[in-house]
Write a protein of this length. Structure first.
Length: 202
């Protein structure tokens, strides 16, 4: 069983990528986690959760979101968040998680570290998506496919290198789409206030 390890402040202890390349892409099956949930934690990276299969309940600070297939939720830097299994007949809940560190995005994107999204949830299946939303979902699915290819090949192989470069390019394109199209505001909560609000809804 998998488990998120944290320190006393609930900061996740696992490094996302490396100092030179702070980025991770993962396909997470909630049934693989202890208690079928990703416990409360926070980290400095920007996180994007895209539901590939089934349903999931995500809490970000004091806000709860019920996600289904093709829903996409953005978690701001420093936000406390958890993910819970929600029953879905004959489907194991699987989510695509993208975590992007700000050194990867560059100094010009450090604004993400101080902001939160006004409307962090996009439901691709429940609305007629605009052109940038269609591009965003396409980038998510491409990254999902390329990261699966990376898992199938050895790190020193040609296919692994090609897919990893495509993943990097996709992450930069996603960051550009967010910077241009997703309204953001200064975060109204410091970390202690975030923890208090998160505790209140557990």
């Amino acid at each position: 069983m998998r488990k998120i390890l944290t320190d006393d402040t609930k900061r996740e202890l696992s490094m996302h990528g490396s100092e030179q390349f702070p980025m991770t892409v993962s396909h997470d099956d909630l049934w693989d986690f202890e208690g079928k949930r990703v416990s409360v934690h926070w980290h400095g990276e920007l996180e994007m959760i895209y539901v590939l299969n089934g349903n999931a309940g995500v809490t970000v600070d004091s806000q709860k979101w019920d996600l289904t297939e093709r829903d996409c939720l953005f978690v701001s830097s420093g936000a406390f968040h958890s993910v819970d299994y929600v029953y879905s007949k004959d489907k194991s809940p699987c989510i695509l998680v993208l975590e992007m560190g700000f050194p990867l995005l560059g100094a010009n994107f450090s604004i993400f570290a101080r902001k939160q999204f006004v409307k962090p949830l996009i439901r691709f299946s429940g609305e007629t998506p605009s052109s940038w939303m269609q591009e965003l979902e396409a980038r998510c699915l491409n990254i999902s496919q390329e990261s699966a290819t990376m898992e199938e090949h050895k790190p020193e192989g040609k296919h692994y290198l090609t897919s990893s470069l495509r993943v990097c390019a996709g992450l930069y394109q996603i960051a550009a789409l967010l910077a241009e199209n997703m309204p953001m505001i200064d975060s109204p909560l410091d970390r202690e206030q975030r923890m208090q609000s998160m505790t209140a809804v557990q």
